[in-house]
Design a protein around this ligand. Sequence first.
Ligand SMILES: [Zn+2]
Length: 728
Amino acid sequence: MMRKKMSPTAAMFRAVAAFILGLGLPGIATNPLSAAEPKTGPKVANYGGPFEPLTRPAFIPLPPGEIEPQGWLRDWCLTARDGYTGHMDEMHPDFRKAWAADYRMTGDQLAYWDKGAWPYEGGGYWFEGLVRLGYALHDDSLIRQAKTRLDVVVTNMNEKSILFMWWLDRNNPDHVQAAAKAAGGEAQEWPIWANGLMGRALAAYYAASGDKRILRAMEAAYGGDPSLVRKGWSMSNPWAAFEAYTWTGSPKIKAALTELFANNPIQAPNRTIDLYHSWYNRLPDETIPWYLQPDHGVHFNESVAPWALGYLWTGDPAFLQAASRWYDIIERGDDGMQPHGVPVSDENKGATGSFRGTETCNVAGYMMTQIALLRVGGNGRMADRVERAFFNAAPAAVSRDFKAHVYFQSPNRINRDLPGSGPFIYRQTHFPLCCTASLNRLLPGYVGHMWMATDDHGLAALHYGPCQVSALVADRMPVALTCQTDYPFNDFIDIAVNPVRPAVFPLAIRIPGWCATPELSVNGSPGNGAPDANGFVRLERLWKPGDRIHLRFPMTARVKVGHDNDAQDTPYATVSYGPLLFALAIPDPKDANTPDAAVPWNYALDAPGGNAETNLAVERQPMPARWDWPFESPLKLHALARRFDWKLLPRESLPIGRSISKGTASAFPIAKVRTLLPAEPVVGGGAPEPITLIPYGCAKFRISMFPITERARKAFVSEKPWPRDLDR
Ligand SMILES: [Zn+2]
């Protein structure tokens, strides 16, 4: 186990003490205090279980199936169904083993993912995606497949089972040891971790089907040995255990969660970090960059968000604030957030970099953690993050036919070998198979949380795109909402509101954080589009069948300049339009791993006249008949750039030679993860010429972190608020 010891400073302790005492620190964006007041009114609005805690979440998920994708989003969901999600057994034989009745691991086989236990993780990821997509599409075949696989667990669960491993006996010491074995390296309590993924699949299955047998299985699993809910890698479990409690009121689950949060209050930062052992009831150390607080990316995402649940359970907002602050520090400077919307995770945390990888597991994992924070705390900023990840990183993770995927994606991909062949190649499966399984969560995870219920008997529009919602509002009154839009490929959304009869209820409308001039009207009458502190406009009125909300979120091209931390502060620029990141269009006429070698990519973004944005022109075409993230995108930007002699000279990347030892921040040798942006702004080069940019998600080869010319550097305002002090 690798370890890095550092001593916290007295000043930092004071800052943390001030925060814990409620004095606060600047820059805490979450506003959970109002939600902390216990509600004593009706039990729950129209959703949630009969045993909800007094501290209410901002939003309550609708059961899978109440939001159905439409338009381009439906096309993509159908492609996912016909690609991976409905056909995983054909993708790799290990998916046939996942939680199958005749695949029962014990002993070392169970404890080590590489000795045969990995299908338990793969199955958990896949089944959650399968059941959610099946219900979202109202697809009987997918639902049947999900039922067949999940019912093996549901029907075999018994009072002796260890979590969902029904073939084990919790009274058998050998079984207990195998299930919770800290196997070393990356495989800490591997089976417990994998069980949490199964717990989440079953929670979705129950929410969708209402089948009481599933509840009995969840109660048996989480009412067993409570210590299993809180072991190192096991933080995948608390949310599923919480859901099971809200539905069953199980005193044993209640005791387990109470013990978890009572014994682990929010603590000061701790610089003594054991990789894979970090507990995120600890605050981040805000005095050092995120990427110098090492952890595995998947473990990070799975282990931070569960602590937000501590706020709902205990009423103490410090739990939510701590979880939020871990994500806020990623966005400072270039401490790890990639322009496609998901942090570096190749496999571990890393600094922002044009060739740094983001694991596909973490595209899904990051989105779902932001949804959890949004659900608990109600801050629309989390929804901005979800859209950014879903519209950019998600389509880049998979091929257009949803039958191949990358293990890592990077902001720039020049050819088959740059940034790298193996994990950066689109293939049917990668080893290990985690990403092949986890990618099934991407689409249904987004679709299923586009709208959520509010405690005041209303609904909230959270993530946009074409969809149809059938939900309950007011006093359990059905309402149908139809969101007609091509968003994010255009900027307006028409929402038809059709309650079965006129009724008063609130609709909370999220205003994207990037939109400076939102427009909103109801039945043609302009309304106030100015959002509240959390980014929402609340429309409470007498809604009648046939009412229409028209939203317009004008998009402008935005150039952001940053510093490739991975290449010793090399300058770069990105171009965005609304929630979409744009990239140089490098065609892939043959397949997703073969670029058109004749097309140049060696451009530096230029700014003649001193302003990059004014040189960007927007071109629109009609949406294609069927959406598959086409290279011929309906939305293009035209920019000015200069070709130059871009020599791909590898340089040492951070944090080698800095304040962390090699190998600690990344499981991979960092020297292999190179960035090749030019070290200085480009001087000279060819005459400015127009280049075409397409959405990042439409480009299998791309430059999205551009070198910049010297005059562009002078024109752009640098966004680097974070003072770097790497030698602390
Ligand atoms: Zn993975």
